[in-house]
Design a binder for this molecule. Structure first.
Ligand code: NAP
Length: 121
């Protein structure tokens, strides 16, 4: 039976292009865990420039990038104000150039374990 959804680590630094393509070809939803990359690209110049132009936070820009890619997102915050901020991210509008600027941030950096080498204890 084909899975409906696959939850994978996915952030601006780990864009998972081939896996997203594979999911799309099979009609599966890609769901991003650690979607903010635990903040590791909040200070990237491309993100801060877009955020400054839109009057948004880096986290909002990244969450909107996920949405524009058609991804389901599991973001986490323990702070009520940041939760509200994150929930408002869909109100932003990113241009094609913004999406391109974020696309170049991919460098393969993971926050979690690599499924290729993950060992079950
Ligand atoms: N399937 C899996 O193996 C797997 C593995 C890991 C995670 N997950 C899922 O993914 C969810 C998120 O993962 P994650 O917590 O590792 O990573 P994340 O969502 O990329 O990052 C969470 C971090 O970002 C901060 N943050 C959130 N919103 C922010 C904002 N607007 N401005 C500034 N900082 C912000 C949070 O701090 P504050 O709390 O202080 O706001 C927290 O330190 C988890 O809750 C879990 O459900 C799944």
């Amino acid at each position: 039976m084909k899975p409906v959804l696959n939850q994978i680590e996915l952030s601006p630094k780990l864009q998972q292009t081939s896996t997203r393509t594979l999911h799309a070809e099979r009609g599966m939803i890609t769901q991003s865990w650690t979607p903010l990359g635990n903040g590791t690209s909040f200070n990237a110049p491309q993100i801060t420039a877009i955020a400054a132009r839109l009057g948004a936070s880096p986290a909002q820009v990244i969450l909107k990038w996920h949405q524009n890619l058609g991804l389901s997102v599991v973001a986490r915050s323990s702070n009520a104000n940041r939760l509200r901020e994150n929930l408002a991210a869909p109100e932003l509008t990113l241009t094609a150039e913004d999406m391109h600027q974020i696309a170049v941030l991919h460098d393969g950096t993971r926050c979690g374990p690599d499924p290729e080498s993950f060992e079950i204890e």
